[in-house]
Design a protein. Structure first.
Length: 400
């Protein structure tokens, strides 16, 4: 299935960073990772560092699936408010989920520092806007819940908010634990680190048949070669759910656009990641080459053609939402695209051993926190593979 449409920004901006050969022979490994996007790259770097013999396969070119469509807004905030998540899974688990996402930003910063090229990692603040006056009490309760578990967050309202940012919204939450990056370059950079540790990466190689037994895993590729592995890790997003008997996600389409470069113009949100309480919400940030990158208008996924037919119309609507916030700028869309993602009932990822297949594991970072969830997945799966207890694994387990 096509995960993206039209012209995602990152592959166009970066061009051909590196080529990876398809797998043209039978292969053996300890850990086989399916998926060479940002999730697969984070897993490959971590597990290679752990000392495993790792092989990565992707049916597409590296980072040309959901990673290419990502707006790479890196934040600890989960699409489900902390106060609501507490009601769903209990206070200790909900608070821990938020804190793990917060810690993931630090881990991503450390990983970015190891990558030979600049992957655009930049520390920013998160500005979570109340879309209307009725949402102000929601933000007040949310602020109190986050502070109670030790998260540094500020509630700003009225003149206090307008003195910080020129927005017409009645209130906002301001958090300092956020960042942005170029997910395409980060994926390539992490795979380069993994290959430096001995990992093998092959794209344009699909898995046509997967047999998981108690003795290991056998994969037949679309190039008529076989891969034997001790364990298999699925890092293929919602496409991996075809391997699960019970569906754990709802498919959504999201739309994004990036403006032409704004040059030396004063862009008030240079240091901010901005989103809002409305659902679906508008979200935006600047890029390293001083463009506005924005997304939103999420709707239910039907099919790639129906999603793609809406792309330019939805991008135009996103631009209309942005224009009042930047009245002194002439905004013009240069690239627009659509992507498909999965969301879960509680907004959390599914991470861990397969409930259906022996020696199979999943890293399914659904929702708006896919990259930060991938960091959490690397920790949890690292412990699973070494038969070590992970005290956080139950939060993201299947069957929760």
């Amino acid at each position: 299935m096509d995960l993206t449409s039209t012209h995602p920004y990152w592959p166009l901006r970066n061009g051909l960073i590196r080529t990876y050969p398809p797998l043209e022979e039978d292969a053996d490994c300890e850990i086989l990772i399916l998926g060479a996007g940002i999730t697969g790259a984070i897993l490959a770097e971590r597990l290679t560092r752990d000392g495993w013999n790792v092989l990565v396969l992707d049916c597409r070119e590296v980072a040309h699936g959901s990673t290419a469509a990502s707006t790479a807004i890196l934040q600890y905030e989960i699409d489900t408010h902390l106060v609501d998540l507490i009601e769903m899974i209990g206070q200790p688990a909900a608070e821990r989920a938020y804190l793990l996402c917060l810690q993931s930003i630090d881990t991503l910063e450390n990983l970015a520092a190891k990558i030979p090229c600049d992957c655009g990692f930049r520390r920013k603040q998160s500005l979570y806007l109340a879309s209307r006056e009725d949402d102000v009490p929601i933000l007040e309760r949310e602020c109190a819940a986050r502070r109670a578990c030790g998260i540094d967050v500020e509630f700003a309202r009225g003149p206090q908010l307008s003195a910080r940012v020129p927005v017409p919204h009645p209130a906002a939450l301001i958090s300092r634990g956020a960042a942005s990056c170029d997910p395409f370059r980060m994926a390539h950079g992490l795979l380069e680190l993994a290959m430096g540790g001995g990992a093998r990466v092959h794209d344009r190689t699909g898995a046509t048949r997967i047999e998981c037994t108690n003795d290991g895993v056998l994969v037949q590729t679309d190039r008529n070669f076989r891969v034997r592995a001790k364990k298999i890790l699925f890092a293929t997003g919602y496409e991996a759910t075809t391997r699960l008997r019970k569906n754990v996600t709802r498919l959504k389409s999201t739309y994004a656009m990036v403006t032409q470069p704004l040059g030396d113009a004063d862009i008030w949100c240079d240091d901010w990641l901005v989103w809002e309480t409305a659902r679906p919400y508008l979200y935006f940030r600047t890029t390293a080459d001083r463009r506005l990158l924005a997304g939103g208008r999420d709707d239910n996924f039907r099919s790639p053609p129906r999603r793609d037919a809406k792309c330019h119309r939805q991008a135009g609507r996103i631009l209309k939402q942005l224009e009042p916030l930047f009245p002194d700028l002439r905004l013009e869309i240069e690239y627009a695209w659509a992507g498909t993602f999965g969301e879960t009932e509680d907004g959390l990822a599914y991470i861990g051993p397969s409930p259906d297949h022996p020696n199979a594991y999943f890293a399914l970072g659904y929702g708006g926190n896919g990259i930060t969830f991938s960091v959490i997945a690397a920790d949890i799966l690292s412990d699973h593979l070494r038969n070590r207890h992970n005290s956080d694994a139950h939060i993201f387990r299947f069957g929760r």
